[in-house]
Write a protein that binds this ligand. Structure first.
Ligand SMILES: O=C(O)[C@H](O)[C@@H](O)[C@H](O)[C@H](O)CO
Ligand SMILES: [Zn+2]
Length: 299
């Protein structure tokens, strides 16, 4: 445990960094800055950062099996051709909710792109309640709506045996689980597997490791926590030098590095001075656990 090392790897900072995704073939980390409407691709070998600017807030990005990427932009599921910076709409949701936008999203082990929505915030975690829903874009182009009345749709991942879907609605301060049917993409039997402690603040993005334990970024809590969803116990806390830690994913060689995104929006000038690395991407090494490669959208 003493060999844990935390370093910020990219000099630029994001207003609200989110959706880190490791792209093995380019040795790169993809991530978004939601309010800046940008997707970034940081090459870990050359240290070069490329970016694409879109027309609306972009809340998640994923790899597409047929090439390029998919992303949630405003209330749209889109395909992105990086080279041409060409964005194509695949489908849109929440058409009756003009103030909504997508938030976190991730592809399931069968290639479906899950993402949820939320009302736009007036300040971090300040928004009209119960306006969001959880959706998935299936490879055949259809969209499934799972449930509504979500506050801030956030972290999501699947168990190693594909039988459980883990999900976070941030303002419930809970990490939830559903039974998952990989064949159909159906979810059932919602239950809470962990309730956040007061000092952990708000659960945000999440990823799973190969031992089936969950890593949850705690917004305002300045940490990632490792949870055992079977016992409901917290196994580990790793504190970071910024308080608005937003999401995490494993990447790097053998997926042994944990990449953590963060935000600087919502910090007052005083806190910004004390947290000069707010909004940066952090790499945590020496955790002694590994993650898995992200799944690619199959459509
Ligand atoms: O990226 C997200 O998940 C939201 O868009 C952010 O605004 C914050 O993380 C949220 O306010 C904390 O719950
Ligand atoms: Zn989030």
């Amino acid at each position: 445990m003493s060999s844990i090392k935390i370093e910020s790897v990219i000099p630029d900072s994001s207003r609200c960094g989110e959706s880190p995704v490791w792209e093995e073939k380019s040795n790169s980390l993809l991530y978004v800055d939601i309010p800046s409407k940008k997707i970034f691709r940081w090459n870990s070998l050359t240290k070069q950062v490329q970016e694409v600017t879109l027309d609306s807030p972009v809340s998640s990005v994923a790899i597409r099996r047929s090439g390029g990427y998919v992303a949630t932009v405003g209330t749209r599921f889109c395909a992105l051709n990086w080279e041409d910076q060409l964005l194509t709409d695949l489908c849109s949701v929440d058409k009756d909710k003009k103030n909504n936008r997508f938030n976190d999203g991730k592809v399931d082990p069968a290639g479906r792109y899950f993402a949820g929505t939320m009302a736009e915030e007036t300040a971090p975690a300040v928004l009209e309640r119960h306006q969001g829903s959880l959706y998935a874009l299936f490879p055949n182009g259809t969209v499934e709506k799972y449930f509504d009345r979500v506050d801030i749709s956030n972290g999501l991942d699947w168990s190693m045996d594909n039988k459980i879907f883990y999900y976070i609605d941030s303002l419930s301060y809970s990490v939830d689980a559903f039974d998952y049917d990989l064949q159909t993409g159906k979810i059932a039997n919602r239950r809470s597997v962990y309730k956040l402690e007061k000092e952990e603040y708000i659960p945000d993005g999440m990823c799973i490791d190969t031992e089936g334990k969950l890593w949850v970024a705690c917004y305002n809590g300045g940490r990632v926590i490792r949870l055992d969803p079977e016992t409901g116990k917290r196994l580990q806390t790793v504190k970071l030098p910024v308080e608005k830690t937003t999401s995490c994913c494993f990447g790097g060689k053998d997926y042994s590095e944990l990449y953590v995104t963060s935000a600087r929006d919502g910090l007052d000038p005083d806190k910004l001075v004390r947290q000069p690395e707010a909004g940066r991407i952090f790499k945590i090494t020496g955790l002694g656990v590994k993650g898995i490669a992200p799944y690619a959208f199959a459509g």
